[in-house]
Design a protein around this ligand. Sequence first.
Ligand SMILES: [Zn+2]
Length: 141
Amino acid sequence: MKFRTGTLYTQKMAHLYGRATSSSCLWCHQPDSKIHMLSGCQSASIQKMVTEKHNIASRLIIKTFDKGNFGGNIIFIDIGGETRMAQQNLVLPAHVANRALPQWLMANLSADELRSCSRPDAICILPIGTKNGHKKAKKRK
Ligand SMILES: [Zn+2]
């Protein structure tokens, strides 16, 4: 919200108001800005926090999705380890692969390549005929 309203207090603003000696990011020493603060900082600590924030939101989405009609169709997730999922009361069935893509999905890749390649947050396979995962809402008269 502070980002949207332009009130996110950055090191750049602190420097502008005379409250800091430098406008650079305190973590990585690169020029600070709102974008830098939210997703541009390359500091390992900040990157870890950004990733965890993303994973927390993803776990909430998967938890909600899991309760729906197609929850059983989730086959893969990459939204944090078992401990983190347990902290958000998210328990998925044993058939759901976590962090390593299922071998059958990309048979041409080795197990190491499957672990190290770019992965989506989750994969859900929908039954044939459910292109959008839901039926169109009926119009009320
Ligand atoms: Zn930084």
